[in-house]
Design a protein around this ligand. Structure first.
Ligand code: B3K
Ligand code: ZN
Length: 868
């Protein structure tokens, strides 16, 4: 049977709702019994049949209002009960049995290590028992868990612990009640033996909230940062958004087996341990910041997601786009705003723009879905956050916050839509968002083409702006969008910003681009300016303006906005890459332009903010460069990139070495200043590894490191530059950390992205490594994911070996964990971006997968689209 698609336009409110659920769960890893009592209410007069979702468990019994004689039908994914004779309120009791230990999909109820936990979003609850498993059915939950006290001393669920007791057979039980109405996807249960870190937070209205973080035994010394992060997030949401926590307890559990980053279940977040555990010896600076941001993201969902949830899954961006925007603002307020913006834009440009150009292109509010788990995408999340950010840009902070207040006031306790959000923003601010709404329904990356013209005699400067969104796989017709284009005009002589004025008055620096072609005129412009366009990346678009190299250098020198400066150097990097790729393809010699050299020199000679300098001189990744081309040449890009690295290293060895020495830190501290210094020092090291100094410097750096950031920087430098000390360092690291999966993931990913010709052999060997476990998604992503998505040269080897390897892995994952399989297949479905020979090989791989007789819907949806 071919999986069927669902369409946004077909949404219908449910005929029945469930107001209360009582769950009695007799928990055991091999056989768990679930009794569910549902209080049901008919919403549509005359509705005669109640259809509940459910699969992947044994169905034991069904009672209706206590009666066993019930007329019902079951198929592979549902149970339909004839309730024609029932009053408008009735009760169902359902018994099911399931096996968490064998549930390798990590969705529903499953075993992680020695514990048991749940993951219900998007549609996992239905793997536990029959349910109206849709986000617009909001119920109150009471949950009783009974299990062996020895194996599972902690039994957790949502809300407040209301009763507990012991049984004579060695088991114990705990009962939980969640006073808030919630959809089934926010239900959670955790059982296990943990170390517990406790703290408290006093909310702005003076309520005391117990904070609890549960980690594997022995990991207590790695939980402190997550706790501090949680408290910072709670405080920030009160200060910036006026939103306060609502329960008496907030729990976070770290588990090792998890498909994504974390899950915002009401009052009981379940986290991938990767986003909880940190201490200086095991976590990098980047890990620390990521942990803080994911802890904050899940916490922020308590309002934007849980109190106000989504009416249907097509509205996912309502909670995800908004919550990503909120976590981005949180990180920006606490750390460096420009650095955060740069990281976010880089992700958007490489991964999201690539998604727009792929068979999976979709608007931030998708129209058609086969497997919902396939739509937790960079488009829904990150582009969704960009759309919120554009609203913020158009309204300003004050009106945006008024809009938030209205949105919360109108929708608290309900399942809402994206339209509800935009409408609240519009009414609270008085800003017309009619055309802006198209961002929700239109997919693809708009291209803004800009030309300029200076009328010296009249001192008028004009920007001619046209917009065009190329057709995407899902949608051919495109309309003009409302695009906020933030600009500055820079006098290249004085370096000053020129005032922006129309004929009559001062102008806003945000231009409203709404038509397919528009001209903006600036008056009183005394000298021909260099335009800084799309400042701060004010819209998720591609900008096409033919900057000369000297104009880019002016931007780099003078722009007030750090993002603009970073963007200018990116354009210079891109220019070097493109020019040399052409030379290479035409059999010429590669060379390094004078302008580019002087730009790098200027950056290295004027370090004001070491973190920004680090970001600006970092060589873009192969995947960053790939997005410059319609047809990607993975081997050529890798060659030119290596040439550029070696050239920078050779030309600037002295400067790099000086900065390397000037940015040494003492005792490890996670603070902005030290993170910045380490970032710059380690970028310098990455280049110096390619010089004669490399061997000794990298080895010493490794030996003297007192934290994982530096250790990994040395290991990475040795690997990328293929230094002689590489094998020794890799072996040393492995011997020290082989028992720690999270740390080993860094090592695995480095191995999988080695530049060596025979890296695939190495990767295949890693599958048998003592620290590898095919059922752990973190390990699989570190080995298979890193190889396929971060080592394009090897993955796209013209002999097809990379594709064959990925397909072999996907065939196994299709059986064990389709969600992970569906993430890993991404590089393979982008076949149209490669030459004919590679396309043929990639297509062959996809066809092999398509032929599987048990192909999961997750993979089916993507493969079907790519082969069309
Ligand atoms: N809401 C979850 C993601 C659930 C993914 C389901 N496949 C985490 C988050 O975005 O916060
Ligand atoms: Zn989220």
């Amino acid at each position: 049977m071919q999986p069927k698609a669902k369409f946004r336009k077909d949404y219908r409110a449910p005929d029945f709702t469930i107001t209360e659920i009582y769950l009695d769960i007799q928990l055991d890893a091999d056989r768990t019994f679930v009794t569910s009592v549902l209080n049901v209410e008919r919403k549509t007069e005359g509705a005669t049949h109640l259809k509940l979702d459910g699969h992947s468990f044994d169905f034991l019994s069904l009672k209706l209002n206590g009666q066993e004689h019930v007329e019902f039908e079951r198929d592979e994914e549902s149970l339909t009960v004839n309730v024609a004779e029932q009053a408008d309120k009735f009760q169902l009791q359902i018994e099911t049995a399931l096996n968490p230990a064998q549930n390798t999909s990590l969705q529903g109820l499953y075993q992680s290590g020695d514990g048991i936990c749940t993951q219900c979003e998007a549609e996992g609850f239905r793997q536990i028992t029959y349910m109206l498993d849709r986000p617009d059915v909001l119920a109150k939950y009471r949950t009783k868990i009974t299990a062996s006290k020895e194996k599972y001393p902690f039994l957790l669920s949502n809300g407040n612990r209301i009763a507990q007791g012991k049984l004579a057979d060695g088991r114990h039980w705990v009962e939980w009640e969640d006073p808030f109405f919630k959809p089934s996807y926010l239900f959670a249960l955790v059982a296990g033996d943990f170390d517990l870190l406790q703290d408290k937070f006093v909310t702005k209205s003076g309520r005391e909230v117990a904070l609890e973080i549960y980690v594997d035994k022995g990991n207590l010394d790695r939980a402190g940062w997550a706790m501090e992060s949680l408290k910072r997030a709670m405080k920030w949401d009160e200060d910036r958004f006026g939103l306060e926590y609502d329960l008496d307890i907030y729990m976070i559990v770290a588990v090792d087996f998890f498909n994504m980053g974390a899950m915002e279940n009401k009052g009981l977040n379940v986290f991938n341990s990767k986003f909880v555990l940190a201490k200086p010896e095991t976590a990098t600076d980047e890990d620390y910041i990521n942990i803080e941001s994911v802890i904050a993201h899940e916490y922020f969902h308590n309002w934007t997601g849980n109190r106000i949830t989504c009416r249907d899954w097509f509205q996912l961006s309502l909670k995800e786009g908004l919550t990503v925007f909120r976590d981005q603002e949180f990180t920006s307020d606490l750390w460096s705003r420009p650095a955060k913006r740069i990281e976010d834009v880089r992700l958007l440009r490489t991964v999201q723009f690539a998604e727009d150009a792929s068979p999976m292109a979709h608007p931030i509010r998708p129209e058609k879905v086969i497997e919902m788990n396939n739509f937790y995408t960079v488009t829904v999340y990150e582009k969704g956050a960009e759309v919120i950010r554009m609203i913020h840009t158009l309204l300003g902070e004050e009106k945006f916050q008024k809009g938030m207040q209205l949105y919360v006031a109108e929708n608290d306790g309900t399942a809402a839509t994206c339209e509800d959000f935009v409408s609240a923003m519009e009414r609270a601010s008085g800003v017309d968002l009619a055309q802006f709404r198209r961002w929700y329904s239109q997919s693809g990356t708009p291209i803004l083409t800009v030309t300029d013209e200076y009328d010296e005699a009249r001192q008028v400067y004009r920007l001619h702006v046209s917009q065009h969104t190329p057709a995407t796989a899902d949608q051919v017709e495109k309309l003009s969008l409302h695009i906020p284009l933030k600009v500055a005009l820079i006098d290249p002589t004085s370096g000053q910003n020129l005032p922006l004025r129309s004929e009559a008055a001062e102008m806003s620096d945000v231009l409203n681009v709404t038509e397919s072609q528009q001209t903006f005129e600036f008056f009183g412009v005394k000298t021909q300016p260099v335009p800084a366009l799309l400042c701060n990346f004010s819209a998720p678009v591609k900008l096409d303006f033919s900057y000369s190299k000297s104009q880019l250098i002016s931007l780099l020198k003078f722009a007030k906005n750090d993002f603009v400066r970073w963007d200018a150097i990116q354009l210079l990097f891109n220019g070097e890459l493109k020019e040399n790729l052409t030379r290479l393809q035409q059999g010429g010699m590669m060379q390094f332009s004078h302008e580019f050299g002087s730009a790098i020199e200027m950056l290295l000679d004027n370090v004001e903010d070491p973190q920004l300098t680090a970001l600006m001189v970092t060589m873009p990744k192969e995947t960053d460069f790939a997005e410059l081309f319609d047809t990607i040449d993975p081997v050529g890009i890798a060659k030119v990139r290596e040439f550029l690295i070696e050239s920078i290293a050779a030309y600037f060895e002295d400067r790099l070495y000086k900065l390397y020495n000037a940015n040494k830190c003492g005792t490890y501290r996670v603070c902005e200043q030290d993170i910045a210094k380490r970032a710059l020092r380690n970028v310098c090291l990455s280049y110096l590894a390619f010089t004669d100094l490399g061997e000794k410097l990298v080895k010493t750096h490794y030996d003297q490191a007192n934290n994982m950031t530096d250790t990994l920087a040395a290991l990475s430098a040795a690997t990328k530059a293929e230094l002689e000390c590489r094998d020794e360092l890799l072996a040393d690291f492995e011997a020290q950390w082989y028992q720690d999966g999270l740390v080993m993931d860094k090592w695995f990913a480095l191995q999988a992205t080695r530049p060596d010709e025979d890296v695939l052999n190495v990767v295949q060997g890693l599958l048998n490594h003592r620290s590898f476990n095919f059922n752990n998604p973190n390990r699989v992503r570190a080995v298979v994911g890193a190889f396929a998505s971060q080592n394009p040269k090897a993955f796209h080897n013209i002999d097809g070996s990379g594709y064959r390897f990925l397909v072999d892995m996907l065939i196994k994952l299709n059986d064990s964990n389709p969600q992970v399989a569906s993430r890993l297949i991404e590089p393979l479905i982008k076949l149209s971006r490669y030459d004919g020979q590679r396309q043929t090989l990639m297509r062959r791989g996809l066809e092999r997968l398509k032929g599987l007789d048990n192909l999961a819907r997750d993979l089916f949806e993507k493969i079907d689209k790519s082969l069309q």
